[in-house]
Design a protein around this ligand. Structure first.
Ligand code: SAH
Length: 431
């Protein structure tokens, strides 16, 4: 989501303020930091970065520093109090105002702050989307009403709002016309999408069905779905929409019903597993990835063991896992937490080992198979090679005498490395 927002900031600053991107900080007239406050660590890094940038202002008195995103939303005025070098503070829902805020600050030297939550207004201000390769993010819903007890998102991104159905399809069509083959629909709670369609509420399933019919669009992903909102019409799509990838990111957070309740996740271990098996029923080769929090206040060894058990049950693909971090204004931050940091670190290590075992098992199983890959880029490590992505989003590096970026090709997987796969291109269908 933040990557998507940053790309929109660049588009806006290019179109409305004639800014160009530079890789040289000291050449910049505007430095923008798009921030995340999901955990405390991410938040602290903001102030360290501003500390480093402050010195650049002495050399370039015109330089403006802008802080956007969720730390800005959460801290507001406190940001420029703690870091007076900051000129502009804006939130996730006011990023479309950045060109105006910059201009005002440039003209009169004043500090600017706008962290309000105007309802979905920003989307009407974005220039035509610019494709940056064959895969694109499209934000379809903003904010979240779930209020999980650990999570800061409803406080920083505001209430959940869905974009109108047809606006999204228009954006997808515009991207497809620029060569985009894969769409990743984004939302904090993406499967609760209810965008207005001809006066009625629509659903993520409907949106995926229609997007799959758009010429060129051959792969559709969505992040992040909430298990509670994963309705039957979405499960059904795995039967007959081949464009929908055989991979679901479905954050479980914990395998203990006691902890899930304290987290206010609205599902149980049993209902989560039931969902997994219903999806698998429709798409037997599907893989699941997840998010985990260890060391939630009061998590016992038994609770933790139940999280390990659910990993053994589902055998998750590459996942994300974190030590619980107390966030301002969240109920969990007030709960008693008697688990030591040492213990939490131990649990994280054990959990990550288990996750890594399963994800490398999946990689090893892919060796010897032929995978349909979208060629997305030049290889990061070897500019003489290319990089493709499998359905379960694994990177495959391979060499080819022709540039296939933007096409789907079949690659024979010959080696599984820790963070990527190696493939052979042996000819065959290209589309
Ligand atoms: N909206 C998504 C998650 C967005 S945040 C959902 O509901 O699933 C991505 C992940 O960060 C979460 O899934 C969770 O695992 C982690 N996370 C969120 N708040 C956290 C906190 N306070 N401490 C540690 N991890 C957290």
């Amino acid at each position: 989501m933040n990557e998507y927002d940053s790309a929109k900031m660049l588009d806006l600053l290019g179109e409305k303020s004639n800014f160009e991107v530079t890789n040289d900080e000291s050449a910049a007239d505007l430095l923008v930091l798009n921030t995340c406050s999901i955990r405390e660590k991410a938040q602290e890094r903001v102030f360290h970065q501003v500390g480093r940038w402050k010195a650049l202002k002495e050399k370039n008195p015109n330089l403006k520093i802008a802080i956007g995103g969720c730390v800005a939303s959460q801290e507001g005025e406190a940001i420029s109090k703690r870091a007076p070098a900051v000129d502009i503070v804006f939130g996730p829902q006011t990023l479309h105002k950045l060109p105006d805020l910059y201009e005002e600050s440039y003209n009169d030297g004043s500090r600017k702050l706008d962290i309000s939550f105007p309802k979905i207004e920003k989307f009407d201000h974005f220039p035509q989307p610019q494709a940056e390769g064959p895969s694109a993010f499209v934000s379809i819903a903003e904010g979240c009403n779930k209020y999980c007890s650990f999570c800061v998102v409803p406080h920083t991104r505001g209430h959940e709002v869905s974009r109108p159905f047809n606006d999204i399809l228009q954006e997808v069509t515009a991207l497809a016309n620029q060569g985009v083959r894969e769409i990743n629909f984004l939302g904090q709670n993406v499967n609760n999408f209810k965008g207005e369609k001809n006066g009625d509420k629509s659903s993520l399933a409907e949106l995926i069905r229609d997007a799959a019919m758009i010429k060129n669009i051959d792969r559709i992903r969505f992040t992040t779905s909430h298990p509670f909102e994963f309705k039957e019409d979405l499960v059904d799509l795995y039967l007959d929409v081949p464009e929908l990838v055989s991979h679901v990111h479905l954050p479980v957070q914990s395998g203990s019903n006691r902890i899930l309740k304290l987290m206010r996740r609205r599902y149980t271990k049993e209902s989560y597993l039931d969902l997994v098996y219903r999806i698998k029923n429709n798409r037997p080769d599907i893989s699941f990835s997840s998010d985990f929090i260890v060391g939630f206040p009061g998590e016992t060894q038994d609770d933790f063991q139940e999280t390990l058990d659910i990993i053994d049950e589902v055998k998750f693909d590459e996942s994300f896992s974190f030590i619980y971090s107390p966030r301002p204004n969240t109920p969990a931050a007030k709960m008693e937490d008697d688990v030591s940091l040492e213990e939490k670190k131990d649990r994280l290590r054990i959990l990550q080992n288990k996750l890594n075992n399963y994800s490398s098992q999946i990689s090893r199983k892919m060796v010897g198979t032929s995978e349909r890959c979208l060629v997305t880029d030049i290889s990061k490590r070897n500019p003489g090679e290319f990089q493709g992505r499998t359905e379960n989003n694994r990177v495959v590096n391979f060499s080819a005498s022709k540039n296939f970026i933007g096409s789907f090709i079949n690659l024979e997987i010959v080696e599984a490395k820790p963070n990527s796969l190696r493939g052979n291109f042996t000819g065959g269908t290209i589309n």
